[in-house]
Design a protein around this ligand. Structure first.
Ligand SMILES: O=P(O)(O)OC[C@H]1O[C@H](O)[C@H](O)[C@@H](O)[C@@H]1O
Length: 431
């Protein structure tokens, strides 16, 4: 990926960052890079994620999915880091295999999928690093029950990816299911380029080697300077802008196929950096759709935002048919791709003219190689930003409270029901 931070520099108005301040920031980047390299070398928790391009074995993943490789529909049962990486990859790329990601436990939604799909031709990919996440385990029990009811032996149609030990590992062992291990030292939201993200990609027939090659190429750019490394340029700019008041980061790809990437980014950025009263709030957006929904706020609302665009150079294009309506004649000479590009340029210019900082991430096209680079590059940007903020990028203690409270409310121990609902203000307004 390439990163253009031109519009984030303070050429127009605050809260842009000046070139001089970026040059000062560069020495902090150099120190952070040393820490990151050391963490990678010593395979420390979290930093190990940046070694995945060298560590992940595509042959092992392909061999494990062999028994279910013929699936016409693949249910991936997982949530957060155990779902969004795989969804980003498979939603971005074309495949004959349909993918369904069951993260939410909304019964109506889960049921609608199970009733719509013919389960004889389906398979289950259950993923949980901890092996204890209530939503994932509940959905898995529901899905396997639906398979049984449809007369399908779920043990023949399930693959498990989980940690070394835990309830899901025990279940896999008990039923002798094909299974893969979440690599040590890799938190869920950094695991897209391991089995966690790549099992679904393998079943869909995507090029796993190219995903890893794209990531490896990005890894090669990790040097001590933000002026040489696109990932660090992005991480450092986002951090510097946040320090100047841009506490919101709107991720806005201009390719429908990358919509899920914005969701993946939201978890990465929020869970990794949102701690100790620090962090930048990620917002999910999509060009051109959100030009007609959120752009008014981005341009004329509070000066508290960085807008991150993702553009692609190549892809399928389609001509716009000519019409005899004279006001629309200008469209007849163009293609949808040209219209999209013009919309992007106009939006970028409009924000820059209003002094609203924005950054452009450029991809050649949406394919495995570029996606691998985009995922890896953003992870590296996030790790760098975590060093600059001086937070522990790789933990998420605040999420644990609600997880325990949920278990407590269901009688799963550890947490008293009274504690889970304590201090609720009694104010209810009824129709
Ligand atoms: O992979 P699992 O252990 O099931 O965890 C799934 C998700 O659970 C929690 O909500 C964590 O905050 C996420 O970081 C994690 O990705």
């Amino acid at each position: 990926m390439n990163v253009d931070i031109g519009n984030a520099l303070a050429t127009v108005a605050s809260p842009g960052v000046s070139r001089a301040s970026l040059e000062r920031l560069d020495s902090q980047v150099a120190a952070a890079h040393e820490r990151i390299e050391r963490g990678m070398e010593n395979r420390e928790h979290g930093y190990e994620s940046l070694n995945l391009p060298q560590r992940t074995d595509p042959d092992e993943i392909r061999a494990a999915v062999e028994p279910i490789a013929d699936a016409e529909v693949l249910f991936t049962v997982g949530i957060g880091g155990s779902s969004l990486g795989a969804a980003t990859i498979t939603n971005a790329l074309e495949s004959d295999t349909e993918t369904v990601f069951l993260d939410n436990v909304d019964p109506e939604w889960v049921t609608s999928h199970l009733e719509r799909i013919s389960l004889e031709n389906a398979a289950i990919n259950v993923v949980s690093r901890s092996g204890t996440t209530a939503e994932t385990l509940a959905n898995f029990l529901v899905v396997r029950d639906a398979f049984e009811s449809a007369g399908v032996d779920w043990t023949e149609r399930t693959i498990v990816t989980t940690g070394e030990a835990g309830p899901l590992r025990d279940l896999a062992n008990r039923h002798d299911l094909p299974s893969l291990k979440v690599p040590d030292g890799v938190p869920g939201r950094f695991s897209a380029l391991s089995a966690v993200g790549m099992v679904a990609a393998a079943v869909c027939g995507h090029d796993l080697e190219a995903l890893l090659e794209g990531a490896a190429a990005e890894r090669e750019t990790l040097t001590g300077s933000l002026f040489e490394c696109p990932a660090y340029a992005y991480g450092a700019t986002a951090y510097a802008l946040d320090k100047r008041g841009a506490g919101v980061n709107a991720m806005m790809p201009y390719a429908e196929s990358l919509e899920t990437y914005a969701e993946w980014f939201a978890q990465l950025w929020a869970e990794s950096l949102g701690k100790d009263g620090l962090g930048q709030t990620p917002v999910r957006a999509l060009g051109v759709t959100d030009q007609h929904s959120q752009l008014q706020l981005y341009r004329a609302g509070p000066r508290d935002k960085l807008v991150t665009f993702i553009t692609t150079q190549e892809g399928t294009d389609r001509g716009i048919p000519e019409t005899d309506v004279s006001e629309l004649a200008y469209l007849g000479d163009a293609t949808l791709g040209e219209l999209l590009a013009a919309e992007f340029e106009a939006t970028e210019a409009s924000l820059a003219a209003a002094g609203q900082p924005n950054v452009r991430i450029e991809l050649e096209r949406v394919d495995e190689y570029e996606l691998g680079g985009l995922l890896y590059g953003m992870e590296a940007a996030c790790v760098l930003a975590g060093e600059l903020y001086s937070v522990n990028t790789f933990e998420q203690p605040a999420v644990e409270w609600a997880k325990k409270a949920t278990r407590g409310l269901l009688g799963g121990g550890e947490f008293e029901e009274a504690e889970a609902v304590a201090d609720k203000t009694e104010l209810r307004v009824e129709r």
